[in-house]
Design a protein around this ligand. Structure first.
Ligand SMILES: Nc1ncnc2c1ncn2[C@@H]1O[C@H](COP(=O)(O)OP(=O)(O)OP(=O)(O)O)[C@@H](O)[C@H]1O
Length: 468
């Protein structure tokens, strides 16, 4: 049974694509007209359509919504000769899973096809809770959707939440989403940047002060904790809270009441607490730099945000979103991006995570000026230099591993040579992959970017054991 249907007016192109897919253990059928393709979709169980142009007189893009509504609800990858960024955008907006310019880069198409098939298999589990307001959170990968599930769960209760993740992974954005989806959404969301609280004024900023409580206290101030009354208090960078304040704060958490600096009376504040950190609080507890009792209080629900390098399935959506936003801010037409622009961003490690991506794309849009397509050259030298360095570091030391080719008699054909060394290279890669991932297939897929079926097929083909 075929999983994939190719619809393209060029029969020779369809045949060669089918052969390439078969080499990747993917079974495809094809049609050279849209009407026949549609009929095949109604009787078959296709998960993916590779939709080319010239498949009849109509513009293939006009057919997108019809194709998406056939019973198997296939994913669609559009392949087009068009160099028009509007066409690419129209395809994605029309519900295509991805867009590939022609001539098609078959290697890349194979990767996309495998990802689309995997996405289709897991789609029912992937839908974020329907009623959740995303508050600007972009992405649909399994990892991101599992975080949205926790947002939904956290929003339905008043339990404290501890959000962890590297810098720039969206901790504040997710905290705002929890608040916006909670019953407190009509009340204030108050951010306390614990890293920026001046030592001498911590307590007055948090709990307020009475007039004349200290030299510069000319007026009464109500403090951040009281401002959050009825709403949500977000302790950002909670790992930076001084130990003395941790102690006071713990008391406030227990009674939701406190005394402003210089005040005689206790006042109350009914706030919901969210806290975030990029530090390892458990290690800080071990090192006695963070109070164990406060740590246990904070982590009612844990939300761990993944670094961008683990969210590569979301990268395409994130780029489209931020490029569109940057163009809108500059009041210019939206821009497309070349496949190697995406490849460069996929290879970069993103130490500053999504915040760094946003900056990189803002700059790329400005550098591109009036050019309609973004290319790697529009990225900063820093990103390109890092990617170049990574690629070189990853290259196997071929010279050490392959004997010099000097024997005129036994000189191999390029094909023999390539097949022999590709096989060696893949075997070597897979063995290392199994070692690093400890044979854990989900982890191995994440590291290698391979889909499960493709990884299993390669392991079998190269005779590599999961436990090697
Ligand atoms: N999934 C996402 N979708 C869209 N935008 C995102 C996403 N995640 C993060 N961002 C954006 O990335 C930027 C950084 O996010 P945010 O400030 O919430 O990160 P943070 O983890 O709190 O960072 P820090 O630890 O440095 O304070 C913001 O512009 C935010 O809107």
């Amino acid at each position: 049974m075929s999983d994939i249907l190719i619809i393209d007016g060029d029969a020779a192109f369809c045949q060669s694509l089918m052969a390439e897919l078969a080499r990747h253990n993917l079974h495809a059928a094809h049609s050279t007209t849209l009407s026949k393709g549609l009929a095949m979709l109604h009787v078959g169980e296709f998960s993916l359509v590779l939709l080319g142009d010239e498949a009849g007189s109509k513009n293939s893009l006009e057919f997108l919504s019809t194709l998406r509504e056939v019973p198997s609800r296939p994913e669609i990858i559009v392949m087009s000769k068009s160099r028009d960024p509007d066409a690419a955008e129209a395809a994605i907006r029309g519900g295509a899973w991805n867009f590939m310019p022609k001539p098609v880069n078959t290697q890349r198409l194979m990767v996309l096809a495998e990802r689309a098939l995997e996405y289709h298999r897991e789609r029912p589990a992937k839908c974020a809770p329907v009623s959740l307001r995303r508050e600007g959170i972009v992405g649909n990968s399994r990892l991101l959707n599992s975080c949205l599930d926790i947002v939904a769960q956290a929003a339905s209760t008043d339990v404290n939440v501890l959000i962890t993740g590297e810098t720039g992974t969206g901790k504040e954005l997710f905290a705002r989403a929890i608040h916006a989806n909670s019953s407190r959404s009509g009340k204030p969301f108050v951010v306390v940047d614990c890293a920026a609280l001046p030592d001498t004024l911590v307590e007055s900023m948090l709990f307020g002060h009475e007039r004349g409580a200290f030299t510069s206290a000319e007026n009464r101030s109500i403090g951040l904790v009281k401002q959050a009354d009825g709403g949500t208090l977000f302790l950002d960078e909670v790992g930076e809270l001084p130990l003395s304040t941790q102690k006071v704060f713990l008391r406030v958490l227990e009674g939701r009441s406190f005394r402003p600096v210089g005040g005689a009376k206790e006042i109350t504040s009914n706030f919901r607490l969210l806290a975030a950190t990029n530090r390892d609080l458990e290690a800080m507890v071990q090192a006695d730099t963070f109070r164990r009792d406060l740590f246990y209080r904070l982590r009612g629900i844990r939300l761990e945000l993944s670094p961008l390098r683990d969210l590569l399935d979301d990268l395409n959506d994130l780029i489209c979103h931020f490029v569109r936003r940057a163009c809108k801010q500059l009041n210019i037409d939206n821009k497309g991006f070349s496949p190697d622009f995406l490849d460069t961003l996929l290879q970069y490690e993103w130490p500053g995570n999504i915040r760094e991506l946003v900056n990189a794309l803002d700059q790329a849009v400005v550098r591109a000026g009036t050019e309609p397509i973004l290319y790697p050259q529009h990225l900063s030298r820093n990103i390109r230099a890092n990617v170049a360095r990574l690629l070189v570091a990853e290259l196997p030391e071929l010279e050490n591993r392959t004997p010099p080719l000097t024997d005129g008699e036994a000189f191999p054909s390029l094909r023999e040579y390539r097949e022999k060394h590709m096989a060696e290279l893949e075997t070597w890669y897979l063995k290392n992959l199994m070692l690093v991932s400890k044979g854990e297939i989900t982890n191995a897929c994440r590291l290698s970017g391979l889909s499960r079926p493709r990884l299993y097929a390669l392991l079998k083909q190269r005779g590599v054991e999961r436990g090697s």
